[in-house]
Design a protein around this ligand. Structure first.
Ligand SMILES: [Zn+2]
Ligand SMILES: [Zn+2]
Length: 292
């Protein structure tokens, strides 16, 4: 009924434009007509391409592109994909590297829990926190966000992470640092996805963000490499100039922001570098964590 009422209202407002009761340009009339006709057609989910039922449009997940003066923003995901983006993992995670463990969440388990890797050798970073496990449909969305100009997905991708941050932190870090990429890669891609994440988190949480670390050399593709190989690849690959170092040394607690944490090698190398500047605590926030 809601859908019918909205469509009727849009039709009437289109009719009033047509009748010339409101002075509007020809282009605006055309846009209104296009919007009205397209609202009658079934829409499909951005992820699974399944049909979006009209009730899904009440969701908070909406596309920035569909915001229109004469309509409410509408969902770009079906109900299944929406709940996959909203539901937090029901497995426990390592309290340091956030690796999902084979143990279900149980309220009676309140003590800190660490994975074998972190118990064997404590990482240089203090804490990793991710919004999702890197699996479908989040992996598809991250890929689009990173490689296909999917800037518009930043809100949907950070929603679960922000909820977790708000739940887990008492005192927020003082500064957000996006994980840098080499300038040639940035030129090739047109943007650094971590900058977009840093900007969004900064806005939502009220923490400043700055680009104060650079990547000194372009590393070979990290995908498919083991942690040890990745660490060897990344050795001494991050640096800052003198004024950035001076700014960084004023902070006590900072957070690095990245799209995906795979082996934690990048987080490890960056945390080591930042701690040499006197920063006491370095955390890492990411959209998703790759399971083992
Ligand atoms: Zn879907
Ligand atoms: Zn761990």
């Amino acid at each position: 009924m809601k859908w019918f009422a909205r469509t009727r209202q849009e039709f009437l407002s289109f009719q009033s434009l047509k009748a010339g009761s409101i002075p509007v340009s020809r282009a605006l009339k055309k846009a209104a007509a296009h919007h009205w006709f397209s609202s009658l057609l079934p829409r499909h989910c951005e992820l699974c391409h399944g049909e979006i039922h009209p009730v899904d449009d009440t969701s908070q997940h909406y596309s920035n592109v569909s915001s229109n003066a004469c309509s409410k923003p509408r969902s770009m995901f079906c109900q299944f994909c929406q709940s996959a983006l909203q539901t937090p993992s029901n497995y426990r995670h390592c309290d340091q590297c956030d690796l999902p463990l084979h143990q279900k969440v149980d309220d009676s388990l309140v003590a800190d829990i660490y994975c074998g890797g972190c118990l064997q050798s404590a990482p240089a970073y203090d804490r990793i926190l991710c919004g999702h496990v890197f699996s479908h449909p989040v992996d598809t969305l991250i890929n689009r966000f990173k490689h296909q100009n999917g800037h518009y997905l930043v809100k949907d991708l950070t929603r679960a992470l922000i909820q977790r941050i708000q739940f887990e932190y008492f005192d927020y870090p003082q500064l957000i640092l996006p994980v840098p990429i080499h300038w040639t890669k940035r030129l090739q891609r047109g943007y650094n996805q971590s900058d977009l994440l840093a900007q969004e988190l900064s806005q939502q949480l009220g923490i400043p963000w700055q680009r104060l670390v650079r990547k000194a050399h372009r590393t070979s593709l990290q995908q498919g490499l083991k942690r040890k190989q990745r660490l060897r690849n990344l050795k001494h690959s991050f640096h800052s100039n003198a004024s950035a170092k001076a700014s960084l040394s004023k902070y006590d607690h900072v957070v690095l922001v990245d799209d995906v944490v795979t082996t934690g090698a990048t987080a490890e190398e960056l945390a080591k570098f930042l701690k040499t500047l006197g920063i006491r605590r370095v955390d890492v926030w990411a959209i998703a964590r790759t399971p083992k």
